[in-house]
Design a binder for this molecule. Structure first.
Ligand SMILES: [Zn+2]
Length: 500
């Protein structure tokens, strides 16, 4: 009998965080994941160039045409069909490569969601060569609902509140159905969230002044209120409201040519591929488990029955198939019997009664949406690496850039929190910093603290320095912080540790 024991399995997300904290052993462990890009901006550019040269960075003409149609419809409907967007649509249909960022259209998302647009814009400029400039795509994963473990409502960093943050909660009524089918948030609710955030920001200004921080801020109450409330006009669903808000920011205010594509509307065109993947489910399951054993990683557990969700035709509730024997499962909310999931996967997808779960989604993206680079948060590393390993076995690999966008400049909340921490232990301030420096702060707060254009400029300066994807994104020298460098380094370390 051997005394040998395997090292404990670990989540890749944790491994990445350890590597980003500078642990050499973690860097070594990461070598096993060949398709993941976690280094510097230049590493991503290099990987992207190789993809373009290999001619494997564009979807098929059929898929490109469908995406172009959906983009034209979305941007037309939301008033964001700018000349730059039209140009991107034209490039797409002529076979240009794509950059792919897939993420839910959250209500007041993390600032990090919109950070992806600055990154994609930078990559577009770096990769524009003899081929056409790549088309940046935000695939709006509006098939998720708010009960997903990875769905989080963003928070506003606030050292003046005991929890260190203010929440921006969406009403519970929206939490059971897919985002594309959930009704739009009420204007009254949005106004309440925005006003409360403005009020808190003003309190923070008073606190900062009392501590001698007299920083000029860009606060433009009218601009922020208009951006958050105008997006509600004529939007039929939660996902459309959220997507319109971020598209207005990306396409109108920042002037980017990012295309926004609702996944729920694209899925029916992938019905054949989804059907084929779900037919191969036993093989995918066994390969997934083999991947976990071989790499010693700990990917998310697979659902016991069926790697897909059913969507109730009556109330749009999303629910899992309960068992393989259960031919016609009932909706847990309204009790209406669903379709027979064994009947025809293809028809169910086309009728929007079935959506794939995350692993199938990830594999599907590589098949149908091959890109120069796919871009995600570090938090998605485990399922993305698992899908990447399966893809490499079946067909092709897709380079995937994983990073954690952090704040691009010190906001008033961080300045105040650091100043208070410099004077002694202050749990709310520490919590506030941890939230902010780990990239969990809300876009709403960022808009209050910094005019959208200054944020874009800060990101441009940041990327011009070929930074590491793990690095802190402060692009201006924090001369106004009285705490010394070592204190700040310690704070950043504490902020990183909270993710473990
Ligand atoms: Zn129902």
């Amino acid at each position: 009998m051997s005394n040998h024991t395997d090292p404990p399995r670990q989540r890749l997300t944790v491994l990445l965080e350890r590597a980003h904290s500078g642990e050499a052993a973690a860097h070594q462990d990461l070598q096993r994941y060949e398709t993941l890009i976690v280094g510097h901006l230049h590493d991503a550019v290099q990987a992207g160039r190789a993809r373009i040269e290999a001619g494997s960075a564009s979807p098929s003409p059929r898929v490109a045409a469908e995406i172009a149609n959906l983009a034209r419809a979305f941007h037309g409907e939301t008033g964001t069909l700018t000349p730059a967007v039209e140009d991107a649509i034209a490039r797409l249909t002529s076979g240009a490569p794509i950059l792919l960022f897939a993420h839910q259209p959250n209500a007041f998302p993390y600032d990090g969601v919109t950070a992806q647009y600055h990154l994609m814009n930078t990559l577009q400029a770096e990769l524009a060569c003899s081929e056409e400039t790549p088309v940046a795509i935000h695939l709006l994963v509006d098939t998720d609902d708010a009960r997903e473990p990875y769905f989080r409502t963003s928070r506003i960093p606030a050292p003046n509140l005991s929890s260190g943050a203010q929440t921006t909660p969406v009403a519970p009524a929206f939490r059971k159905v897919s985002m594309f089918a959930a009704e739009a948030p009420k204007e009254e609710r949005l106004r309440w969230i925005v006003n409360r955030s403005i009020q808190n920001y003003r309190q923070l200004q008073v606190l900062a002044r009392s501590m001698g921080i007299n920083r000029e801020t860009d606060l433009d109450v009218q601009e922020v209120t208009a951006l958050c409330l105008d997006a509600i006009t004529g939007t039929p669903s939660t996902s459309k409201y959220n997507a319109r808000l971020i598209s207005t920011l990306a396409n109108i205010i920042w002037g980017y040519d990012t295309l926004f594509i609702p996944y729920s509307e694209l899925l029916p065109y992938f019905a054949d591929s989804i059907s084929a993947l779900l037919d191969d489910e036993p093989m995918i399951r066994s390969d997934y488990n083999r991947y976990a054993n071989e790499t010693g990683s700990l990917p998310p557990p697979l659902p016991p029955h069926g790697m897909f969700w059913l969507i109730c035709s009556n109330c749009q509730r999303r629910y899992p198939p309960l068992s393989v024997q259960d031919a016609k499962p009932a909706c847990p909310d309204c009790g209406v019997r669903g379709p027979d999931p064994r009947a025809s996967i293809k028809n169910l997808v086309e009728d929007k009664c079935l959506t794939p779960r995350v692993l199938i989604d990830d594999i599907l993206f590589t098949i149908e949406l091959p890109a120069v680079l796919a871009i995600s948060y570090i938090g998605s590393a485990d399922h993305i690496a698992a899908a990447g390993a399966l893809n490499a076995r079946y067909l092709t690999s897709q380079p995937h850039l994983l990073w954690r966008p952090r704040p691009v400049r010190f906001s008033l909340a961080e300045l105040t929190a650091i100043r208070r921490l410099g004077k002694g232990d202050n749990p709310p301030s520490l919590r506030c910093l941890q939230l902010s420096l780990t990239g969990r702060g809300s876009l709403l707060y960022s808009l209050l603290d910094s005019a959208a254009n200054s944020t874009r400029e800060s990101w441009a300066r940041h990327w011009a320095r070929n930074p590491s994807f793990s690095g802190i994104c402060i692009s201006t020298k924090p001369t106004y912080i009285s705490a010394d460098e070592s204190l700040f380094t310690r704070l950043v370390g504490a902020a990183a540790n909270v993710e473990r």
